[in-house]
Design a protein around this ligand. Structure first.
Ligand SMILES: Nc1ncnc2c1ncn2[C@@H]1O[C@H](COP(=O)(O)OP(=O)(O)O)[C@@H](O)[C@H]1O
Ligand SMILES: [Mg+2]
Length: 572
C-alpha cells in the first residue's frame, strides 16, 4: 500500500490545499447549529429586545448563516475538484508505471501472473485504488472533523444532552462495524468474480474464430451468462448487507432524537439548544455512515493496491551475468541446453548445436516438439534450466535484454499486427527510412499485393489485420522482422500460409539480400529449410536428427518420412 500511496506525493500540494478547503467547509457547517441556537434562544425569544432590533439581528445572523452555508458548499465543491484532480493524476501515473512494467515482465512472470489477471490489475484494480484515494480524500478529513467538532460543541452547549447523544453513537458504531465487517469479504468475492468475467471476455475475444468455427457460440454464451449471474448474485449479496446500514442507523438516529427532546423537555432546556442538538446529531451520524463507506472502499482498494504492487515489485532487471567471452566464432551456440516451463517435465533436453555468421538454421518437427521453445530460449524470453546459450560467443545471460533483443528480427506465426497503416506496422516505431521499408517489403515478397492495395504502404489495417489474407499478414510480419537489418532473422512458422512459389521466392530474396544475416527458420515444410546449413529434427523436446538435408536423408528415418509425405505431389 505504501508504494501505491507514494504516487500521491507529486500532488501533495493539491492534496493539502484540498484538505484545507475541506476543513474550512466542515468548520463552517459546524457553525450553523450554533447560529441557529443563538437566534432562537437569545434573539427571537428575548423579551428585552424590541421588534425592530430583533428583526435586524435576525437578518444579520441569517446572513451569517447563509455565509457559513456558502463557505461549506464552496469549500466542499472546490476541495472535491482538487481531489478528483490529484487522485486522477495519481492513477494515471500508477497505470503508466504498471503498464510499462507489464511490458517488461519476462515470459515466466507473465505465465505466473496470467494475462487476464494482468489486465484486471491494469483496469479494475487501478480503478479501485483511484476510488480509495478519491473517497478517502473527500471524506477522510471531513467526517472525523464533523464527528469530533460536533461532539465537542455539543458538550460545550449542554453536557447532559451531549451524554444522551454520546450514548447513541456507540450503538451506531456497533451497527456500522458489524455490517462493514460482514460486507468486506463479500466485496472481495465480487472482485474475484469480476476477474473471472474479464478472463472469459478475453478468452472469447481472442478465440472468437474458433468459437464460430466449432459453432460453440451458444455454449460460450451460456458460460458467460452463468458468470454474469454469479457476479450479479454476489453484488446483490454485498448490497443487501450494506443497504441495512442506512435504515438501521436512521432508526437509532430517530430514537436518539426523541430521547434528546424528552430529556430536554424534562430539564427545561431552551428550544434553540434542543434544535442545535438535533442538528449535531444528524451531522455526526451522517459522518459516521460516510466513514463506514470509506472503510469498505479502503479495504477493497488496499487489496487492489497489493495486487498492483506485486507487479510493480516484480524483478525484471536481473543484472547481467559476468561471463568471459569465448572465441569460437559462433553466431549462435547451444551447449547441452535443457529447459522446462513448469519445472516438472523437460520441454527441451540436452540440445547442442553451432551456427556461424551468415548461416541458416532450419528447425522442423511436429507441433509441440519444442521448436518455438528453442527460439524463446535463444531470445531469452525464458532462462535455460541447464546448459548455456551463446550469441556472438557471449552467454545470453551476460547481455542486457535490450542489447540482446536488438540483434534479432522476428516473425512469429500468429504475431500481431496493429490497427494502423502497413508502413507503421513495418516501421513499428523505429523511424526507419522509406528505403528500408520498401526493401523489406520487396524481400518479404509483399510488393505485389501492397501495390494493389488502396494507398499502398498507407493502406490501413483493421484490428488484427482481418482485412488481409493469412499469407499477406505473414509477409507484412516478415517485412517487419527484416526491416531493421537484424543480425539474426527468426521466422517461426511464419511462411506456413505462403504458397510454395512465394515461399521459394522469399528464400531466394533472403539469400540474396541478407548475405551476412544469420537465419533461424522454423517450418513444417521441408522445402522451406532444405537448403539450411544445419537442420534440427525435433521430437518431444529432443533432437532426433541433426545435419544438412543430404545427411538427414541418409541418417534420419523420420526426416525421410516427412520428406516422402511432403514431396509426394510437389516439387520444392
Ligand atoms: N508458456 C508455456 N508454459 C507451459 N508450457 C508451454 C509453454 N509454451 C509451450 N509449452 C509446452 O512446451 C512444449 C513445446 O512447445 P513449443 O516449443 O511451443 O512447440 P512447437 O513450437 O514445436 O509447436 C509443448 O508441450 C507446449 O505445450
Ligand atoms: Mg511453435
Amino acid at each position: 500500500m505504501k508504494k501505491t500511496l507514494r504516487y500521491l506525493k507529486p500532488y501533495s500540494g493539491t492534496v493539502v490545499v484540498g484538505l484545507i478547503l475541506k476543513f474550512i467547509g466542515a468548520v463552517a457547517e459546524l457553525f450553523l447549529p450554533l447560529l441557529l441556537e443563538y437566534i432562537i434562544n437569545n434573539v427571537a425569544t428575548n423579551a428585552e429586545l424590541n421588534e425592530a432590533s430583533k428583526r435586524n439581528m435576525i437578518i444579520y445572523l441569517g446572513i451569517a448563516m447563509l455565509g457559513c452555508s456558502l463557505a461549506a458548499l464552496l469549500g466542499n465543491v472546490f476541495a472535491n475538484r482538487l481531489t478528483v484532480k490529484s487522485s486522477g493524476n495519481m492513477t494515471h501515473d500508477l497505470r503508466y508505471d504498471l503498464f510499462s512494467k507489464t511490458c517488461y515482465l519476462n515470459s515466466k512472470q507473465v505465465d505466473l501472473f496470467g494475462v487476464p489477471s494482468l489486465i484486471s490489475r491494469l483496469t479494475s484494480d487501478s480503478y479501485y485504488v483511484n476510488q480509495m484515494v478519491a473517497r478517502t480524500l473527500r471524506l477522510g478529513v471531513r467526517a472525523p472533523i464533523l464527528i469530533l467538532g460536533g461532539t465537542i460543541l455539543a458538550f460545550w452547549r449542554d453536557p447532559v444532552l451531549a451524554c444522551v447523544l454520546l450514548g447513541c453513537i456507540p450503538l451506531v458504531g456497533i451497527v456500522i462495524y458489524v455490517i462493514t465487517k460482514k460486507s468486506v469479504p463479500i466485496y472481495f468475492g465480487v472482485q474475484k468474480k469480476q476477474d473471472d468475467m474479464v478472463r472469459k471476455v478475453q478468452e472469447n475475444v481472442t478465440g472468437v474464430r474458433v468459437i464460430k468455427a466449432l459453432d460453440k457460440g451458444d455454449h460460450e454464451t451460456e458460460g458467460f451468462d452463468k458468470l454474469v449471474k454469479e457476479l450479479a448474485a454476489e453484488e446483490f449479496k454485498a448490497n443487501k448487507v450494506m443497504s441495512l446500514s442506512h435504515p438501521l442507523a436512521t432508526l437509532i438516529l430517530n430514537i436518539g432524537l426523541v430521547a434528546i427532546i424528552v430529556v430536554g423537555a424534562f430539564r427545561g432546556t431552551k428550544s434553540g439548544t434542543v434544535l442545535a442538538f438535533l442538528q449535531y446529531f444528524v451531522i455526526i451520524l451522517n459522518a459516521m455512515i460516510a466513514l463506514s463507506k470509506i472503510f469498505v472502499v479502503i479495504s477493497r482498494g488496499s487489496a487492489s493496491a497489493a495486487r498492483i504492487e506485486k507487479v510493480l515489485d516484480a524483478n525484471v532487471s536481473e543484472s547481467p551475468l559476468i561471463c568471459p567471452k569465448s572465441d569460437m566464432g559462433c553466431k549462435i551456440r547451444f551447449e547441452n541446453v535443457s529447459f522446462s516451463y513448469n519445472g516438472v517435465k523437460d520441454n527441451l533436453r540436452d540440445l547442442s548445436f553451432d551456427i556461424y555468421p551468415g548461416q541458416t538454421l532450419g528447425i522442423i518437427g511436429a507441433t509441440g516438439s519444442g521448436k518455438s521453445t528453442i527460439i524463446n530460449l535463444m531470445m531469452r524470453f525464458y532462462d535455460v534450466s541447464g546448459g548455456a546459450i551463446y550469441i556472438d560467443d557471449r552467454d545470453v545471460r551476460s547481455y542486457s535484454i535490450k542489447e540482446l533483443r536488438k540483434k534479432f528480427g522476428v516473425a512469429f506465426q500468429n504475431d500481431f499486427l496493429m490497427a494502423a497503416s502497413i508502413r507503421e506496422n513495418v516501421d513499428y516505431g523505429r523511424n526507419l527510412s522509406d528505403e528500408q521499408i520498401n526493401e523489406a517489403i520487396d524481400a518479404a515478397q509483399a510488393r505485389e499485393f501492397v501495390d494493389e492495395l488502396e494507398g499502398g504502404l498507407d493502406f490501413k489495417l483493421v484490428q488484427k489485420a482481418n482485412n488481409l489474407s493469412g499469407g499477406q499478414k505473414q509477409r507484412i510480419l516478415i517485412a517487419r522482422a527484416l526491416a531493421a537489418y537484424p543480425e539474426i532473422l527468426v521466422l517461426d512458422d511464419s511462411s506456413s500460409a505462403l504458397d510454395y512459389e512465394t515461399d521459394a521466392s522469399l528464400r531466394k530474396a533472403l539469400n540474396k539480400s541478407g548475405g551476412d544475416m544469420t537465419k533461424v527458420i522454423v517450418a513444417q515444410r521441408i522445402s522451406a529449410i532444405r537448403h539450411a546449413d544445419l537442420i534440427l529434427v525435433m521430437d518431444d523436446g529432443e533432437v532426433i536428427g541433426k545435419g544438412t538435408h543430404e545427411q538427414l536423408m541418409d541418417s534420419c528415418d523420420e526426416y525421410k518420412l516427412i520428406y516422402s509425405t511432403q514431396m509426394g505431389g510437389e516439387n520444392a
